[in-house]
Write a protein of this length. Structure first.
Length: 350
């Protein structure tokens, strides 16, 4: 029995509609169909871990609040949900569909000229004035888009000689704006904001407690990575005082994980446990390692991480491929984890 990690599905009812409109030769990426095909090829006894952005937004209609994209997701998943664990991504918290004229469709392999040609049939382009903010606004006190059935699934599980832990990095309604006005990540600015990507203090305490337990491999899943880069990076010395500054100076974005970023890394550094961190969100396969003894972060490879799999001196970071979205990656797939190997399974290249 292995673990199959699927992330960045972005399931939405509209994709099946578009699939019927566009000529097949245009090679449209239909996330719903890719998910259907992927589920058929996975062993039903394998553990499925969904690592966030399972749906593109909550409601399936552009104007009405009746059908939800969660129904489509669970219909496709079928009986596999009996062997599944669910993490949430920033898109899972979003309420209404996007205006395609504003956001475009490149992420499903539709060029601007194609989108313009078929815009009337596709729809999703009528301007809704202030309601356009419902596409990105997150107000959990007024509306929580997470389906109730997801709350019954555990956030931790034992698997062979490993322990699986899922942490929720939350919604992102104000993250980019916050990063712009708070470039040094001062904790006094919007501290503990539930609409910012990252971890709450309660998550950090939960993680610290788990790390203090029996010495088995910890497979830690979270949707948003604490750092990510599209290009090569040098070795980076980590310290509390210069952490955010050094990441940004070395082209490592950290706006995807603002809340308690350093607290998360420091907690891992202090632990003697063997830790593998699986993230998503970036839509590209990246690998990093942190040497606990020297507190040094550097780029890595899947081959190196597999060699260091049982070495607790290194914290291993792996970012999954997306299954239902492109940009910047031009390939889609998922991650498989066995006791001896972690590897990417490529579903399709564009």
């Amino acid at each position: 029995m292995k673990i199959v990690v699927i992330a960045d599905l972005h399931i939405a009812k509209v994709w099946d509609k578009i699939d019927k409109i566009l000529p097949k030769k245009l090679n449209f990426l239909n996330p719903n169909q890719v998910f259907r095909e992927t589920i058929k090829r996975i062993n039903p006894k394998d553990i499925l871990i969904f690592n966030g952005d399972l749906v593109d937004y909550h409601y399936a209609s552009y104007t009405k609040t009746k059908d939800t994209n969660w129904k489509i997701f669970f219909d496709i998943l079928g009986k596999h949900k009996n062997h599944s664990l669910f993490n949430l991504g920033n898109h899972d918290y979003r309420k209404m569909p996007y205006n395609f004229n504003i956001y475009g469709l490149k992420h499903v392999n539709i060029a601007p000229e194609t989108q313009k040609k078929y815009s009337k049939e596709i729809g999703y382009s009528k301007f809704r004035y202030l309601k356009e903010f419902d596409s990105i606004k997150v107000d959990l006190e007024k509306f929580n888009p997470i389906p109730k059935e997801l709350k019954k699934y555990p956030k931790r599980k034992k698997w062979n000689n490993s322990k699986i832990i899922l942490l929720n990095t939350g919604p992102d309604a104000s993250t980019k704006f916050r990063d712009a006005i708070n470039p040094f990540n001062w904790s006094s600015v919007w501290s503990k904001n539930p609409s910012s990507l990252g971890l709450l203090e309660s998550d950090i305490k939960f993680l610290q407690k788990e790390l203090s337990k029996a010495d088995r491999e910890l497979l830690l899943f979270l949707h948003c990575p604490p750092f990510l880069s599209e290009g090569k990076i040098p070795k980076i010395k980590l310290s509390k005082e210069t952490y955010t500054h050094n990441l940004k100076n070395n082209n490592l974005d950290c706006w995807t994980f603002i809340e308690n970023n350093w607290s998360f890394i420091e907690t891992l550094l202090k632990s003697k446990r063997n830790i593998v961190v699986i993230t998503s969100h970036a839509h590209m396969a990246n690998q990093y390692i942190i040497d606990k003894s020297t507190k040094t972060l550097c780029q890595s490879s899947l081959q190196e991480i597999n060699k260091l799999r049982k070495n607790s001196r290194y914290i291993k970071f792996i970012s999954t491929l997306p299954l239902g979205a492109l940009i910047p990656s031009r390939e889609i797939g998922y991650l498989t984890i066995t006791e001896s190997q972690i590897k990417y399974d490529i579903v399709k290249k564009f």
